[in-house]
Design a protein around this ligand. Structure first.
Ligand SMILES: Cc1ncc(COP(=O)(O)O)c(C=O)c1O
Length: 434
Protein backbone atom coordinates (compact mmCIF):
# COMPACT_ATOMS: atom_id res chain seq x y z
CA UNK A 1 0.00 0.00 0.00
CA UNK A 2 1.17 3.48 -0.77
CA UNK A 3 0.98 6.32 1.78
CA UNK A 4 -1.84 7.87 -0.28
CA UNK A 5 -4.13 4.86 0.07
CA UNK A 6 -3.38 4.68 3.79
CA UNK A 7 -4.45 8.29 4.16
CA UNK A 8 -7.80 7.67 2.54
CA UNK A 9 -8.78 4.52 4.38
CA UNK A 10 -9.40 6.11 7.80
CA UNK A 11 -11.51 8.85 6.24
CA UNK A 12 -13.77 6.23 4.65
CA UNK A 13 -13.99 4.30 7.90
CA UNK A 14 -14.98 7.44 9.76
CA UNK A 15 -18.12 7.81 7.72
CA UNK A 16 -19.85 4.46 8.08
CA UNK A 17 -23.53 4.21 7.13
CA UNK A 18 -24.50 4.03 10.81
CA UNK A 19 -22.58 7.22 11.65
CA UNK A 20 -24.20 9.02 8.80
CA UNK A 21 -27.77 7.95 9.48
CA UNK A 22 -27.43 9.20 13.03
CA UNK A 23 -25.68 12.41 12.16
CA UNK A 24 -27.52 15.74 12.18
CA UNK A 25 -27.30 17.76 8.94
CA UNK A 26 -24.77 20.11 10.54
CA UNK A 27 -22.73 17.21 11.79
CA UNK A 28 -22.85 15.65 8.34
CA UNK A 29 -21.58 18.85 6.82
CA UNK A 30 -18.83 18.97 9.41
CA UNK A 31 -17.95 15.35 8.67
CA UNK A 32 -17.73 16.14 4.99
CA UNK A 33 -15.47 19.15 5.35
CA UNK A 34 -13.40 17.48 8.03
CA UNK A 35 -12.75 14.28 6.18
CA UNK A 36 -13.01 15.59 2.62
CA UNK A 37 -13.46 12.01 1.48
CA UNK A 38 -14.43 13.26 -1.93
CA UNK A 39 -11.29 15.36 -2.35
CA UNK A 40 -9.12 12.45 -1.26
CA UNK A 41 -10.85 10.08 -3.64
CA UNK A 42 -10.63 12.51 -6.53
CA UNK A 43 -6.91 13.05 -5.91
CA UNK A 44 -6.20 9.33 -5.64
CA UNK A 45 -8.26 8.54 -8.74
CA UNK A 46 -6.41 11.23 -10.67
CA UNK A 47 -3.14 9.68 -9.57
CA UNK A 48 -3.86 5.97 -9.90
CA UNK A 49 -6.98 5.41 -11.98
CA UNK A 50 -6.87 5.11 -15.74
CA UNK A 51 -8.57 8.31 -16.86
CA UNK A 52 -10.95 6.82 -19.41
CA UNK A 53 -13.96 8.16 -17.46
CA UNK A 54 -12.50 11.65 -17.37
CA UNK A 55 -13.46 13.99 -14.57
CA UNK A 56 -16.24 12.34 -12.63
CA UNK A 57 -19.24 14.09 -11.10
CA UNK A 58 -18.27 15.44 -7.68
CA UNK A 59 -20.04 12.84 -5.56
CA UNK A 60 -18.94 9.63 -3.83
CA UNK A 61 -21.68 7.44 -2.42
CA UNK A 62 -21.38 5.64 0.84
CA UNK A 63 -24.53 3.48 0.87
CA UNK A 64 -28.05 3.13 -0.44
CA UNK A 65 -31.47 1.75 0.39
CA UNK A 66 -34.25 1.26 -2.15
CA UNK A 67 -34.51 4.46 -4.24
CA UNK A 68 -32.11 6.41 -2.05
CA UNK A 69 -28.35 6.86 -1.92
CA UNK A 70 -26.26 8.76 0.63
CA UNK A 71 -22.88 10.31 0.08
CA UNK A 72 -20.07 10.33 2.63
CA UNK A 73 -21.27 13.66 3.99
CA UNK A 74 -24.66 12.15 4.80
CA UNK A 75 -26.47 13.95 1.99
CA UNK A 76 -29.42 12.03 0.55
CA UNK A 77 -30.11 11.54 -3.16
CA UNK A 78 -33.04 10.04 -5.05
CA UNK A 79 -31.71 7.60 -7.62
CA UNK A 80 -33.50 7.93 -10.96
CA UNK A 81 -30.70 6.24 -12.92
CA UNK A 82 -30.17 2.90 -11.14
CA UNK A 83 -26.55 2.71 -12.23
CA UNK A 84 -27.85 2.92 -15.83
CA UNK A 85 -30.64 0.36 -15.58
CA UNK A 86 -28.77 -1.98 -13.24
CA UNK A 87 -30.14 -1.79 -9.69
CA UNK A 88 -33.54 -2.93 -10.83
CA UNK A 89 -35.02 -3.72 -7.40
CA UNK A 90 -33.32 -0.82 -5.62
CA UNK A 91 -30.25 -0.59 -3.45
CA UNK A 92 -29.58 -3.15 -0.73
CA UNK A 93 -32.85 -5.03 -1.24
CA UNK A 94 -32.95 -7.39 1.77
CA UNK A 95 -33.85 -10.46 -0.31
CA UNK A 96 -30.98 -9.89 -2.74
CA UNK A 97 -28.55 -9.02 0.07
CA UNK A 98 -29.52 -12.21 1.91
CA UNK A 99 -29.16 -14.35 -1.22
CA UNK A 100 -25.70 -12.93 -1.99
CA UNK A 101 -24.49 -13.19 1.60
CA UNK A 102 -25.70 -16.73 2.16
CA UNK A 103 -24.39 -17.87 -1.24
CA UNK A 104 -21.01 -16.23 -0.57
CA UNK A 105 -20.82 -17.98 2.79
CA UNK A 106 -21.41 -21.38 1.12
CA UNK A 107 -19.59 -21.26 -2.23
CA UNK A 108 -19.04 -18.43 -4.71
CA UNK A 109 -17.29 -20.11 -7.56
CA UNK A 110 -16.29 -23.40 -9.10
CA UNK A 111 -15.53 -23.90 -12.78
CA UNK A 112 -18.11 -24.69 -15.41
CA UNK A 113 -16.73 -28.26 -15.43
CA UNK A 114 -19.43 -28.91 -12.85
CA UNK A 115 -23.18 -28.45 -12.55
CA UNK A 116 -23.93 -25.19 -10.74
CA UNK A 117 -27.37 -25.26 -9.11
CA UNK A 118 -28.27 -21.52 -9.23
CA UNK A 119 -27.06 -21.36 -12.86
CA UNK A 120 -29.34 -24.23 -13.88
CA UNK A 121 -32.22 -22.57 -12.00
CA UNK A 122 -31.57 -19.21 -13.70
CA UNK A 123 -31.39 -20.89 -17.12
CA UNK A 124 -34.73 -22.56 -16.42
CA UNK A 125 -36.36 -19.30 -15.39
CA UNK A 126 -34.99 -17.30 -18.32
CA UNK A 127 -36.00 -20.06 -20.70
CA UNK A 128 -39.56 -19.79 -19.37
CA UNK A 129 -39.41 -16.06 -19.93
CA UNK A 130 -38.15 -16.43 -23.51
CA UNK A 131 -39.86 -18.93 -25.77
CA UNK A 132 -37.92 -21.89 -24.32
CA UNK A 133 -34.55 -20.47 -25.42
CA UNK A 134 -31.30 -21.95 -24.08
CA UNK A 135 -29.06 -19.82 -21.87
CA UNK A 136 -25.35 -19.06 -21.93
CA UNK A 137 -24.00 -16.91 -19.08
CA UNK A 138 -21.18 -14.39 -19.16
CA UNK A 139 -20.27 -11.21 -17.28
CA UNK A 140 -21.43 -8.15 -19.20
CA UNK A 141 -23.58 -6.84 -22.00
CA UNK A 142 -20.70 -6.67 -24.46
CA UNK A 143 -19.83 -10.29 -23.76
CA UNK A 144 -23.44 -11.36 -24.24
CA UNK A 145 -23.42 -9.65 -27.64
CA UNK A 146 -20.05 -11.19 -28.49
CA UNK A 147 -21.50 -14.60 -27.72
CA UNK A 148 -24.51 -13.84 -29.92
CA UNK A 149 -22.35 -12.77 -32.87
CA UNK A 150 -20.07 -15.78 -32.47
CA UNK A 151 -23.11 -18.04 -32.32
CA UNK A 152 -24.50 -16.50 -35.50
CA UNK A 153 -21.21 -17.05 -37.36
CA UNK A 154 -20.91 -20.62 -36.12
CA UNK A 155 -24.51 -21.50 -36.93
CA UNK A 156 -24.11 -20.34 -40.52
CA UNK A 157 -20.72 -22.05 -40.77
CA UNK A 158 -22.15 -25.35 -39.56
CA UNK A 159 -24.90 -25.08 -42.17
CA UNK A 160 -22.25 -24.64 -44.88
CA UNK A 161 -22.99 -20.92 -45.28
CA UNK A 162 -19.52 -19.48 -44.74
CA UNK A 163 -20.44 -16.49 -46.86
CA UNK A 164 -22.93 -15.27 -44.27
CA UNK A 165 -20.66 -13.09 -42.21
CA UNK A 166 -22.21 -9.64 -42.08
CA UNK A 167 -23.84 -8.15 -39.01
CA UNK A 168 -26.29 -5.35 -39.70
CA UNK A 169 -27.02 -2.85 -36.91
CA UNK A 170 -28.14 0.77 -36.66
CA UNK A 171 -26.44 4.10 -36.12
CA UNK A 172 -26.97 5.46 -32.59
CA UNK A 173 -27.06 1.94 -31.20
CA UNK A 174 -24.86 0.74 -28.37
CA UNK A 175 -23.85 -2.91 -28.13
CA UNK A 176 -20.59 -2.70 -26.19
CA UNK A 177 -16.97 -1.76 -26.63
CA UNK A 178 -15.02 -4.99 -27.03
CA UNK A 179 -13.35 -5.27 -30.43
CA UNK A 180 -15.82 -7.97 -31.46
CA UNK A 181 -18.91 -5.79 -31.02
CA UNK A 182 -17.47 -2.30 -31.37
CA UNK A 183 -18.19 -2.34 -35.10
CA UNK A 184 -21.86 -3.07 -34.35
CA UNK A 185 -22.08 -0.11 -31.97
CA UNK A 186 -23.36 2.70 -34.14
CA UNK A 187 -21.31 5.58 -32.83
CA UNK A 188 -18.28 6.70 -34.82
CA UNK A 189 -16.78 8.44 -31.78
CA UNK A 190 -16.37 5.06 -30.08
CA UNK A 191 -14.68 3.59 -33.19
CA UNK A 192 -12.14 6.37 -33.48
CA UNK A 193 -8.55 5.27 -32.99
CA UNK A 194 -9.33 1.55 -32.87
CA UNK A 195 -9.05 0.71 -36.55
CA UNK A 196 -9.01 -1.75 -38.07
CA UNK A 197 -12.24 -3.05 -36.57
CA UNK A 198 -13.13 -6.66 -37.39
CA UNK A 199 -14.79 -6.65 -40.81
CA UNK A 200 -18.39 -7.50 -41.61
CA UNK A 201 -20.32 -4.71 -39.90
CA UNK A 202 -22.98 -2.81 -41.81
CA UNK A 203 -24.62 0.21 -40.20
CA UNK A 204 -27.90 1.75 -41.34
CA UNK A 205 -30.20 4.49 -40.08
CA UNK A 206 -32.84 3.49 -37.55
CA UNK A 207 -36.36 3.16 -39.00
CA UNK A 208 -35.15 3.53 -42.61
CA UNK A 209 -37.05 0.74 -44.36
CA UNK A 210 -35.26 1.18 -47.69
CA UNK A 211 -31.86 1.01 -46.01
CA UNK A 212 -32.94 -2.13 -44.22
CA UNK A 213 -33.95 -3.76 -47.50
CA UNK A 214 -30.61 -2.81 -49.02
CA UNK A 215 -28.59 -4.04 -46.08
CA UNK A 216 -30.07 -7.46 -45.30
CA UNK A 217 -29.22 -9.99 -47.99
CA UNK A 218 -27.34 -13.17 -48.87
CA UNK A 219 -24.28 -12.17 -46.84
CA UNK A 220 -26.17 -11.27 -43.68
CA UNK A 221 -25.48 -13.42 -40.65
CA UNK A 222 -27.61 -11.39 -38.24
CA UNK A 223 -29.48 -8.18 -37.65
CA UNK A 224 -28.74 -6.79 -34.18
CA UNK A 225 -31.11 -4.24 -32.65
CA UNK A 226 -32.01 -2.73 -29.29
CA UNK A 227 -35.83 -2.79 -28.92
CA UNK A 228 -35.35 0.65 -27.35
CA UNK A 229 -32.07 2.45 -27.96
CA UNK A 230 -30.82 3.51 -24.54
CA UNK A 231 -27.42 5.14 -24.80
CA UNK A 232 -28.42 7.57 -27.52
CA UNK A 233 -31.28 8.95 -25.44
CA UNK A 234 -34.23 6.52 -25.62
CA UNK A 235 -35.08 6.09 -29.31
CA UNK A 236 -37.90 3.79 -30.37
CA UNK A 237 -37.66 1.53 -33.43
CA UNK A 238 -40.91 1.67 -35.35
CA UNK A 239 -43.03 -1.52 -35.40
CA UNK A 240 -42.82 -1.48 -39.24
CA UNK A 241 -39.03 -1.39 -39.12
CA UNK A 242 -38.83 -4.31 -36.71
CA UNK A 243 -41.49 -6.28 -38.59
CA UNK A 244 -39.62 -5.71 -41.85
CA UNK A 245 -36.37 -6.81 -40.21
CA UNK A 246 -38.01 -10.08 -39.15
CA UNK A 247 -39.36 -10.66 -42.67
CA UNK A 248 -36.00 -9.95 -44.31
CA UNK A 249 -34.14 -12.17 -41.82
CA UNK A 250 -36.59 -15.00 -42.62
CA UNK A 251 -36.22 -14.41 -46.34
CA UNK A 252 -32.41 -14.54 -46.27
CA UNK A 253 -31.91 -17.03 -43.45
CA UNK A 254 -30.34 -14.43 -41.16
CA UNK A 255 -30.79 -14.35 -37.38
CA UNK A 256 -32.64 -11.58 -35.59
CA UNK A 257 -30.93 -10.60 -32.33
CA UNK A 258 -32.54 -8.27 -29.80
CA UNK A 259 -30.12 -6.58 -27.42
CA UNK A 260 -32.15 -6.26 -24.23
CA UNK A 261 -29.13 -5.37 -22.10
CA UNK A 262 -30.60 -2.01 -21.05
CA UNK A 263 -34.30 -2.23 -21.97
CA UNK A 264 -35.00 -5.76 -20.68
CA UNK A 265 -35.49 -7.31 -17.26
CA UNK A 266 -38.92 -5.80 -16.62
CA UNK A 267 -38.00 -2.16 -17.14
CA UNK A 268 -40.65 -1.34 -19.73
CA UNK A 269 -43.50 -3.12 -17.93
CA UNK A 270 -42.99 -6.42 -19.77
CA UNK A 271 -40.04 -8.72 -19.17
CA UNK A 272 -38.57 -7.92 -22.58
CA UNK A 273 -38.97 -4.57 -24.32
CA UNK A 274 -39.39 -6.34 -27.68
CA UNK A 275 -42.65 -7.86 -26.43
CA UNK A 276 -44.22 -4.47 -27.16
CA UNK A 277 -43.21 -4.86 -30.82
CA UNK A 278 -44.88 -8.21 -31.42
CA UNK A 279 -41.82 -9.70 -33.14
CA UNK A 280 -40.02 -12.79 -31.91
CA UNK A 281 -36.22 -12.85 -32.21
CA UNK A 282 -33.88 -15.85 -32.61
CA UNK A 283 -31.44 -14.63 -29.95
CA UNK A 284 -31.81 -12.30 -26.96
CA UNK A 285 -28.96 -10.75 -25.01
CA UNK A 286 -29.26 -9.20 -21.57
CA UNK A 287 -27.09 -8.07 -18.65
CA UNK A 288 -27.38 -4.84 -16.58
CA UNK A 289 -30.55 -5.29 -14.47
CA UNK A 290 -30.47 -9.07 -14.32
CA UNK A 291 -28.59 -9.42 -11.02
CA UNK A 292 -29.15 -5.96 -9.48
CA UNK A 293 -25.49 -4.97 -9.70
CA UNK A 294 -23.56 -8.22 -9.50
CA UNK A 295 -21.87 -8.50 -12.91
CA UNK A 296 -23.68 -10.90 -15.22
CA UNK A 297 -24.58 -11.25 -18.88
CA UNK A 298 -26.77 -13.77 -20.63
CA UNK A 299 -27.31 -14.85 -24.21
CA UNK A 300 -30.51 -16.74 -24.87
CA UNK A 301 -30.93 -18.56 -28.16
CA UNK A 302 -33.50 -20.58 -30.06
CA UNK A 303 -32.80 -24.24 -29.37
CA UNK A 304 -31.70 -25.28 -32.87
CA UNK A 305 -29.47 -22.21 -33.19
CA UNK A 306 -27.99 -22.65 -29.70
CA UNK A 307 -26.84 -26.14 -30.68
CA UNK A 308 -24.12 -24.58 -32.87
CA UNK A 309 -22.09 -23.64 -29.79
CA UNK A 310 -20.81 -27.20 -29.43
CA UNK A 311 -18.67 -28.32 -26.45
CA UNK A 312 -15.47 -26.29 -26.27
CA UNK A 313 -16.50 -23.75 -28.92
CA UNK A 314 -17.21 -20.95 -26.43
CA UNK A 315 -16.97 -20.35 -22.69
CA UNK A 316 -15.82 -18.08 -19.88
CA UNK A 317 -14.39 -18.52 -16.40
CA UNK A 318 -16.79 -16.46 -14.33
CA UNK A 319 -19.93 -16.80 -16.45
CA UNK A 320 -22.86 -18.28 -14.54
CA UNK A 321 -21.05 -18.64 -11.24
CA UNK A 322 -22.84 -19.25 -7.94
CA UNK A 323 -22.72 -15.66 -6.74
CA UNK A 324 -23.96 -13.96 -9.90
CA UNK A 325 -26.71 -16.50 -10.48
CA UNK A 326 -27.87 -16.43 -6.85
CA UNK A 327 -28.12 -12.63 -7.13
CA UNK A 328 -30.02 -12.93 -10.42
CA UNK A 329 -32.46 -15.51 -9.05
CA UNK A 330 -33.11 -13.31 -6.03
CA UNK A 331 -33.63 -10.26 -8.28
CA UNK A 332 -36.12 -12.23 -10.34
CA UNK A 333 -37.92 -13.31 -7.15
CA UNK A 334 -38.33 -9.68 -6.12
CA UNK A 335 -39.52 -8.54 -9.55
CA UNK A 336 -42.13 -11.32 -9.51
CA UNK A 337 -43.17 -11.17 -5.85
CA UNK A 338 -43.43 -7.39 -5.66
CA UNK A 339 -45.16 -7.09 -9.06
CA UNK A 340 -42.47 -4.71 -10.24
CA UNK A 341 -43.29 -5.01 -13.93
CA UNK A 342 -46.78 -3.72 -13.21
CA UNK A 343 -45.22 -1.00 -11.07
CA UNK A 344 -42.87 -0.07 -13.93
CA UNK A 345 -45.85 0.32 -16.26
CA UNK A 346 -48.04 2.27 -13.82
CA UNK A 347 -45.44 4.53 -12.24
CA UNK A 348 -43.73 4.95 -15.63
CA UNK A 349 -46.99 6.30 -17.11
CA UNK A 350 -47.48 8.55 -14.07
CA UNK A 351 -43.90 9.85 -14.38
CA UNK A 352 -44.25 10.51 -18.11
CA UNK A 353 -47.46 12.45 -17.37
CA UNK A 354 -45.72 14.57 -14.73
CA UNK A 355 -42.82 15.25 -17.11
CA UNK A 356 -45.32 16.31 -19.75
CA UNK A 357 -47.02 18.69 -17.27
CA UNK A 358 -43.64 20.14 -16.34
CA UNK A 359 -42.71 20.45 -20.01
CA UNK A 360 -45.87 22.42 -20.74
CA UNK A 361 -45.49 24.65 -17.71
CA UNK A 362 -41.79 25.38 -18.15
CA UNK A 363 -41.66 25.35 -21.93
CA UNK A 364 -38.43 23.36 -21.55
CA UNK A 365 -39.38 20.20 -23.42
CA UNK A 366 -39.78 19.30 -27.07
CA UNK A 367 -40.36 15.54 -26.75
CA UNK A 368 -40.83 12.81 -24.15
CA UNK A 369 -40.09 9.26 -25.33
CA UNK A 370 -39.95 5.80 -23.87
CA UNK A 371 -41.86 3.01 -22.23
CA UNK A 372 -42.39 2.15 -18.59
CA UNK A 373 -39.41 3.32 -16.58
CA UNK A 374 -37.17 4.02 -19.56
CA UNK A 375 -37.80 7.67 -20.36
CA UNK A 376 -35.96 10.24 -22.45
CA UNK A 377 -36.79 13.95 -22.34
CA UNK A 378 -35.60 16.15 -25.16
CA UNK A 379 -35.06 19.76 -24.11
CA UNK A 380 -35.52 22.62 -26.55
CA UNK A 381 -32.20 24.09 -25.42
CA UNK A 382 -28.81 22.38 -25.05
CA UNK A 383 -28.83 22.58 -21.25
CA UNK A 384 -29.21 18.92 -20.28
CA UNK A 385 -25.81 18.67 -18.58
CA UNK A 386 -26.34 21.84 -16.61
CA UNK A 387 -29.75 20.63 -15.45
CA UNK A 388 -28.36 17.20 -14.57
CA UNK A 389 -25.57 18.78 -12.49
CA UNK A 390 -27.90 21.20 -10.72
CA UNK A 391 -30.36 18.37 -9.98
CA UNK A 392 -27.52 16.27 -8.58
CA UNK A 393 -26.58 19.16 -6.33
CA UNK A 394 -30.22 19.27 -5.23
CA UNK A 395 -30.33 15.52 -4.55
CA UNK A 396 -31.71 13.94 -7.74
CA UNK A 397 -29.75 11.52 -9.89
CA UNK A 398 -30.37 11.01 -13.62
CA UNK A 399 -28.14 11.48 -16.63
CA UNK A 400 -27.73 13.71 -19.62
CA UNK A 401 -27.30 12.22 -23.07
CA UNK A 402 -25.49 14.71 -25.24
CA UNK A 403 -26.44 18.34 -24.82
CA UNK A 404 -30.20 18.18 -24.77
CA UNK A 405 -31.58 14.81 -23.61
CA UNK A 406 -32.36 13.79 -20.04
CA UNK A 407 -32.45 10.03 -19.42
CA UNK A 408 -34.40 8.53 -16.53
CA UNK A 409 -34.01 4.84 -15.62
CA UNK A 410 -35.12 4.56 -11.99
CA UNK A 411 -35.23 1.25 -10.10
CA UNK A 412 -38.51 -0.57 -10.71
CA UNK A 413 -39.49 -0.07 -7.05
CA UNK A 414 -40.06 3.67 -7.54
CA UNK A 415 -43.34 5.03 -6.13
CA UNK A 416 -45.57 7.88 -7.31
CA UNK A 417 -44.58 9.80 -4.18
CA UNK A 418 -40.91 9.50 -5.13
CA UNK A 419 -41.76 10.65 -8.66
CA UNK A 420 -43.44 13.70 -7.11
CA UNK A 421 -40.32 14.42 -5.08
CA UNK A 422 -38.11 14.00 -8.14
CA UNK A 423 -40.34 16.36 -10.14
CA UNK A 424 -40.11 19.00 -7.41
CA UNK A 425 -36.31 18.80 -7.49
CA UNK A 426 -36.21 18.81 -11.30
CA UNK A 427 -38.52 21.84 -11.49
CA UNK A 428 -36.55 23.74 -8.87
CA UNK A 429 -33.24 22.89 -10.53
CA UNK A 430 -34.55 24.12 -13.89
CA UNK A 431 -35.59 27.43 -12.33
CA UNK A 432 -32.24 27.76 -10.62
CA UNK A 433 -30.31 27.51 -13.86
CA UNK A 434 -32.43 30.16 -15.62
C1 LIG B 1 -28.05 -1.92 -25.12
C2 LIG B 1 -26.69 -2.20 -24.57
N1 LIG B 1 -25.98 -3.23 -25.03
C3 LIG B 1 -24.76 -3.51 -24.57
C4 LIG B 1 -24.17 -2.74 -23.60
C5 LIG B 1 -22.80 -3.07 -23.10
O1 LIG B 1 -22.90 -3.61 -21.83
P1 LIG B 1 -21.61 -3.64 -20.88
O2 LIG B 1 -21.26 -2.24 -20.56
O3 LIG B 1 -22.08 -4.45 -19.69
O4 LIG B 1 -20.55 -4.36 -21.65
C6 LIG B 1 -24.88 -1.64 -23.09
C7 LIG B 1 -24.25 -0.76 -22.07
O5 LIG B 1 -24.63 0.35 -21.85
C8 LIG B 1 -26.16 -1.36 -23.58
O6 LIG B 1 -26.86 -0.31 -23.14
Amino acid sequence: MTPETLEIAPALDAATPADLEQSEPDAAHHLHSKNSVLDDLAAADAQFGLQNYGQRLPVAFSHGKGMELWDFAGKRYLDFLAGISVTQVGHAHPHVVEAIASQAARVMHVTNYYYIAPQVELARRLSNLSYGFRAFFCNSGAEANEAALKLARKWHHDAGNDGKIEVVSVWKSFHGRTLGVLGATGNAAYHKGFAPLPPGHVLIELNDLAALENAIGEKTAAFLLEPILGESGILLPSPEFVQKARELCDQFGALLIFDEVQAGNGRTGKWWAHEWLGVRPDIITTAKGLANGVPIGAMLAREDVAAALTPGSHGTTFGGNFLACAAANATLDVIENENLMENAATVGAYFAGKLRDWGEKSGAVTEIRGRGLMIGVELHVPRARELMKKSLENGLIFNAVGDSILRFLPPLVVSQKQVDEAMTILGRSWEEIQ
